[in-house]
Design a protein around this ligand. Structure first.
Ligand SMILES: Nc1ncnc2c1ncn2[C@@H]1O[C@H](COP(=O)(O)OP(=O)(O)OP(=O)(O)O)[C@@H](O)[C@H]1O
Length: 435
């Protein structure tokens, strides 16, 4: 865009107002027509204003904020004939041009607006105009409102959610699982919360649990940037905890993080895609094991599967649980790198530990993790007893060890295969999932 966009709103402030009142009003109007979050944009504009006043001349202030969600820069005009105290300096400002938009055309729009207002008498003409139409004509050469500027990603998200709802009506027995890639889309998911779908919807992603909503939320950390493995990371914890079973077909709604919204709906046949044995309903976790610890461990395994370490594939076992029988069935193979560290400094839920865990995954053997996430040891040799009937052909010593430990203790074992990159979860001496 090179010219001056037609303002989404032209507001006349005829009685005395403050700078913040003008901004709040303009941002609110802009939010109403574009779908951006008034609160977030106002905070960004005020922060910018706090570090450097946007006054560009005696009479004009050009507040602005970069906002990538918008398809193009939106302009809102505040006309204040009696002046507004902008930054404590005299004279008061008479014209406010608020611009919010993507970096791509932000500067060119600002330059176009500035050029137009530099013309002799332009500000006087605008501030003494009698109607929004007249202001538009003076500024853009046309009294017409331009095509609406919209929030791209939110529009796509709205259409995606609508489609998922449609699909859910056709498939009334299927749960709807939404992989929330960006906390901003939570606003639109309010639509889901109010629909009959609410009871069937589970949100998985980096969002806080909500007590005020019928939609169940499973908080996780951010999904990998490129969206790879999104379905796996979303569904594994749900299967591991019995929320979704082998018999489920799930309507999975997802999107890539860099797009900031939801853009895909698909049906996932859980048994086939995640190789969950039919008839298995793992509706519980081992005694004292927190769901978030299982989710965290699965995320770590998935990250290792996707990235490896320094480009090389890695295999490992993560055993989770507090069963005292573990002691009899595990022996230290190397000096335990976690020995001597305080409990709070070695919790798997602590994001600052991620790199350490990934590095230690290079060591042979298993991690032992308590139900609350405290890592007890790395490099452990496991000596459980796998039921030969449960050992699938082609699986070697690592998988046998992971399976075997769950047969002799009340623990979960996550096994990442070095040779195939698959993640298998064992519990109660059986395979629960493989992906
Ligand atoms: N009892 C055990 N306890 C802990 N780790 C073990 C045990 N047995 C084997 N491992 C680990 O598994 C690694 C490789 O074993 P192997 O290749 O036979 O297993 P696998 O099940 O085929 O796994 P992968 O698919 O990763 O190759 C060993 O180097 C060792 O780190």
């Amino acid at each position: 865009m090179t010219g001056v966009p037609s303002p989404v709103v032209v507001a006349f402030f005829t009685s005395p107002v403050s700078r913040d009142e003008v901004l709040e009003h303009l941002v609110g109007e802009m939010a109403g027509t574009t779908g951006i979050s008034a609160r977030e944009v106002l905070a960004a504009v005020l922060e910018r204003e706090g570090s450097l006043s946007s006054r560009v001349s005696d009479e004009v202030a050009m507040p602005h904020a970069m906002w990538e969600e918008l398809s193009e820069t939106a302009l809102a005009l505040g006309v204040c004939p009696s002046g507004v105290d902008w930054d404590g300096r005299e004279p008061p400002v008479r014209l406010v041009t608020l611009m919010v938009g993507p970096a791509r055309d932000h500067l060119s729009v600002m330059a176009a607006v500035a050029r137009r207002l530099q013309a002799e008498g332009a500000v006087d003409a605008v501030t003494s105009a009698g109607s929004p139409r007249e202001v538009r004509t003076l500024l853009c050469g046309s009294g017409e409102e331009s095509a609406p500027v919209t929030v791209r990603t939110l529009t796509v998200t709205a259409a995606t959610v609508e489609y998922a709802a449609e699909l859910a009506r056709v498939l009334p027995r299927n749960p709807v699982v939404v992989a929330v890639t960006n906390p901003r889309i939570m606003r639109l998911l309010g639509v889901l919360a109010e629909s009959p779908l609410a009871e069937r919807t589970i949100l998985v992603g980096p969002v806080p649990p909500r007590e005020d909503s019928p939609v169940r939320v499973i908080p996780t950390e951010r999904f990998p940037e490129d969206g790879r493995g999104l379905a796996t990371l979303t569904l594994l914890p749900l299967i591991a905890t019995g929320v979704v079973t082998a018999e489920s077909e799930v309507i999975l709604v997802s999107g890539r993080d860099h797009q900031g919204g939801l853009d895909a709906v698909r049906l996932v046949d859980v048994a086939r895609e995640l190789q969950v044995p039919r008839g298995l309903s793992p509706a519980h976790l081992p005694q004292g094991v927190l769901l978030e610890v299982v989710i965290r461990a699965l995320h770590l395994a998935a990250e290792l599967a996707l990235q490896g370490r320094e480009g090389k594939p890695l295999g490992t076992i993560i055993v989770i649980g507090d069963d005292s029988r573990l002691e009899q069935h595990s022996q230290q193979m190397i000096l335990n790198p976690f020995a001597g560290h305080p409990r709070e400094a070695r919790n798997i839920l602590d994001p600052s530990l991620t790199e350490t865990v990934k590095e230690l995954a290079k060591i042979d053997g298993a991690f032992l993790v308590a139900g609350d996430g405290t890592i007890g040891a790395a490099g452990m040799h496991l000596s459980g007893k796998p039921d030969p009937g449960e050992m699938e052909s082609g699986l070697g010593a690592r998988h046998a060890a992971a399976l075997g430990i769950t047969a002799v203790a009340d623990v979960l074992a996550i096994c990442l295969s070095e040779s195939t990159g698959t993640i298998t979860l064992f519990y109660e001496g059986r395979r629960m999932i493989r992906r």
